[in-house]
Ligand binder design. Sequence first.
Ligand code: UD1
Length: 383
Amino acid sequence: MIKILTIIGARPQIIKAAALSREIQKNFANQIEEHLLHTGQHYDNNMSDIFFNEMQIPKPNYNLNVGSASHGKQTAVMIDGIEDVLKENNYNLIVLYGDTNSTLAGAIAASKIHVPIVHIEAGLRSFNKSMPEEINRILCDHASTLLFSPTTTGINNLLKEGFCAEIPAKADADHPAIFHSGDVMYDNTLFYSEIAKRQSNILNNLSLNKKTFVLATIHRDSNTDKAENLNSIFKAINDISIKHAMQFVIPLHPRTSKLMPEKLDKKLYAAILENKNIIISEPLSFFDMMVLEENATLIMTDSGGVQKESYFFKKPCIILRKESEWIEIVKNGTAMLCGADYDKIINAFNAFISNPTFEYPPLFGNGNAANYICNKIVENFTS
Ligand code: UD1
C-alpha cells in the first residue's frame, strides 16, 4: 500500500483534491491510502467546509488551523506543522496542488526530510515574480519528484528550466519526471456539472435571467491592495452595468470585502451598493459557481481557476491581470488580458458581446487526469 499525505489549505486546492480522492476511492483503494492535511489557510465556512460537504471530500485527518497572517509567518507555521506530521508517520509521498502558501510549506517541509513530492498543476508560469504564487510554484516544482502539468505550455516551461523530457524508470528527487496529465479541474467539471445543475438554486436565489449577466471575481492582491486598480475595475463594472443594463454577479472573496470600503472612492462605493444590477454575494459553493459560469454571458476574473473554467464552459473571459498562466486561452482569442485598465476592460467587453461566437478546442486533457496521475504514482512508488 502506498501511503500518501495530501496537503490542502486554500479554496482551490480543496476543490482540486476532490478529483484525486474520488479516483483513489473508486479505482485505487487497494493500492493507495490517502490522508488529508488541511493547513487552515482558508477557514471560513464558505471558503472551506462547504466544499467538503458538497463534493463529498473525506474529512481531513489533520488540521493545522493556521489562519491568516503575513506570508512569512503563515508559511512558517505551516512548515512546522507539516514537518511534525511527516515525522510522526511513514508517508511514502506528499501530494501538493497549485501555488499557494500551503503548497510552498508542504514543499519545504517534505524536501528537507526527504519525503518525495508529487506536484499537481506543475509548470505553470506567469513570469511575474512579484506574485507570491509565482515564487511558490517555481520552488515547489524544483523540489518535486513527479510533476504533473495540465498543459503543453507547462511542460515547455519545465523543459526550459532544465527538467529532462526523458522519463526515468523510477523517479527520485535528483531524477524528477515530468508528465502531461491534463487538468484535474477538467475532470471535476465533467463529473460535477450535471450534479451541480440539479442541486444548485443559485439562478433563482439571485433572480438571474439566464445568459444576461456577467460573473465577476476579484481577489488577487495586485487588484485588491492597490486602490487605483480596485477603483478602475469597479468603475468599469459600474459603467458597463449602467450602459448595457447588464447584471453583474460578484461572489466576493473575504480579502476583497474587507478592502472595498477602505480602498474604493466613497462615491463609487456608494454607487456600487445602490446599483440594483450589481449583485454582490458571499463566496459561493463550487456547484453554484459552475451553474453561474455555465449561464453567464461572459466572465471577468483575476482568478486562475475561474479563467480556465470560463473556457470549459465556452465563455469569453476578461482577465483582470496583465499576464496569465493559462496563456493558451488568450492565444485562442477567447480570453483577453486587461489588467486593471479601465479602457481595456470596456473595449474587451464591447468586442466580446459584439462577436459572441468562438471556438473552444480541447486544451486541458480528456477528463482522465486523476486516473493518469494515480497510475504514475503506483508505477513510481510500488516497491
Ligand atoms: C490564496 C492563494 C491564491 C489563491 C487564493 C484562492 C497564496 C499566496 N494565495 O489567496 O493563490 O488563488 O487563496 O482563494 O497562498 N480570509 C478570510 N477567510 C478565509 C480566508 C481568507 O477572511 O477563509 C481573508 C483574511 O483576511 C486573509 C485574506 O483573506 O488575510 C487573504 O487570505 P490568504 O489565504 O492569505 O490569501 P488569498 O488571497 O485567499
